[in-house]
Each structure stands twice: as structure tokens, then as C-alpha cells.
Design a binder for this molecule. Structure first.
Ligand SMILES: Cc1cc2nc3c(=O)[nH]c(=O)nc-3n(C[C@H](O)[C@H](O)[C@H](O)COP(=O)(O)O)c2cc1C
Length: 169
């Protein structure tokens, strides 16, 4: 793959009911594990937010891979009203890991929303706010609960049995 690099940002509305106890939704956990599996293969990276019943996602990668991913996502019935907010060519990635970072709407993002005097409704974000939000996402740390599980990661190759037995490297 050697096409041009693009960044796509979209907003959508979840179709599942919010978890009343708070915490990470089961549906969001499933989406993350599918995303991480596929995105690594397609060298797509980015960030996903879920808050107030809305999704906000940034996808970065080679044009063909990002377009294909967005087409799949748009057809997913776990959300509706999928609206592309920005689609630009980029020189370098803000999210260099080929995976999908998950950040709940808190801390840095809450501060940013307060600064703009708005709640989390990505359909209403201005371009300036989108860029600030992405920068905050790039700085933000993913909570332990949604970090990649061992199953998401490619296992390190095992050393041969005799090397492990005799401690040779
Ligand atoms: C809000 C949202 C974000 C998603 N993000 C991604 C993503 O980044 N990458 C991805 O492959 N699938 C993502 N999906 C899932 C896709 O819609 C689709 O279910 C999945 O790619 C199908 O994968 P499979 O063909 O391997 O089963 C997302 C779905 C939703 C609802």
C-alpha cells in the first residue's frame, strides 16, 4: 500500500440504550475489539469517543483503507445519522498506532467543552474545536479498562524449546 494519507472525522448517534450504571458500554467494548483487529491489518489508526449517546471518531490511514473502513462503519446499525465532519489529506498521523484509541468524555475533553461552553454534541463542533479536540485526544491517556487486552495483541514469537531450557539467547 502506498496511497496518500488521509484523516476522516465523523459524528454519529448510538442506537443502543445507555448503560445506566455508567462505565464502558458492552457494545463499545465490542466495537473496540473489532476495530483493533481490523485496523491493525489495514494500518488504520485513530481515536473513538462515546459520550451523551454520541460517537465521535477519527480515522487515519491510506485513502483506500480509510474509505473502506468508513463505508463499513456507515452501514453498521449500532449507530445512525453518520455524518462526515472533515476529510483531509495529511502529511503525518496524529495517532501513529495502527489501532483505535478509546477515550471517554472526561478530563481534558471536559475542560475543552467547558471552554467552548458546550456539552458533548460532535455534530455541532466547529472546525477549530475539532482540531483542538483531536490534539486533546492525542495527549490523553486511555483508561486501563479499555486498553488492548492480551487477545488483541499479536503474541511475541516463542523461543525454541532448547534455547529456553539452556537459557541461550
Ligand atoms: C461507532 C463505530 C465505530 C467503529 N469503528 C470501526 C473501526 O475503526 N474499524 C473497523 O474495522 N470497524 C469499526 N466498526 C465496526 C464496523 O462497523 C464493522 O462492524 C466491522 O468493521 C466488521 O468487521 P468484520 O467484517 O471483521 O466482522 C465501528 C462500528 C461503530 C458502530
Amino acid at each position: 500500500m502506498s496511497g496518500s494519507l488521509v484523516r476522516l472525522i465523523y459524528a454519529s448517534t448510538a442506537t443502543f440504550k445507555a448503560n445506566e450504571k455508567g462505565g464502558v458500554e458492552v457494545a463499545v467494548g465490542q466495537i473496540l475489539s473489532e476495530s483493533r483487529r481490523n485496523n491493525k491489518r489495514q494500518r488504520v489508526g485513530g481515536v473513538l469517543h462515546y459520550g451523551n449517546g454520541y460517537f465521535f471518531q477519527c480515522l487515519e490511514g491510506e485513502r483506500e483503507a480509510v474509505d473502506a473502513c468508513y463505508n463499513r462503519i456507515s452501514e453498521d446499525d449500532r449507530h445512525r445519522d453518520v455524518q462526515c465532519l472533515s476529510y483531509v489529506e495529511i502529511d503525518s498521523r496524529m495517532f501513529p498506532d495502527w489501532s483505535m484509541k478509546y477515550l471517554p468524555v472526561e478530563d481534558e475533553i471536559t475542560r475543552l467543552l467547558k471552554h467552548y461552553n458546550t456539552d458533548f454534541n460532535p455534530y455541532r463542533f466547529s472546525n477549530a474545536m475539532l482540531m483542538e479536540l483531536l490534539k486533546a485526544c492525542a495527549r490523553g491517556h486511555e483508561p486501563e479498562a479499555t486498553r488492548q487486552t492480551a487477545a488483541d495483541q499479536t503474541p511475541a514469537p516463542k523461543r525454541p524449546f532448547w534455547k529456553r531450557l539452556f537459557g541461550k539467547s
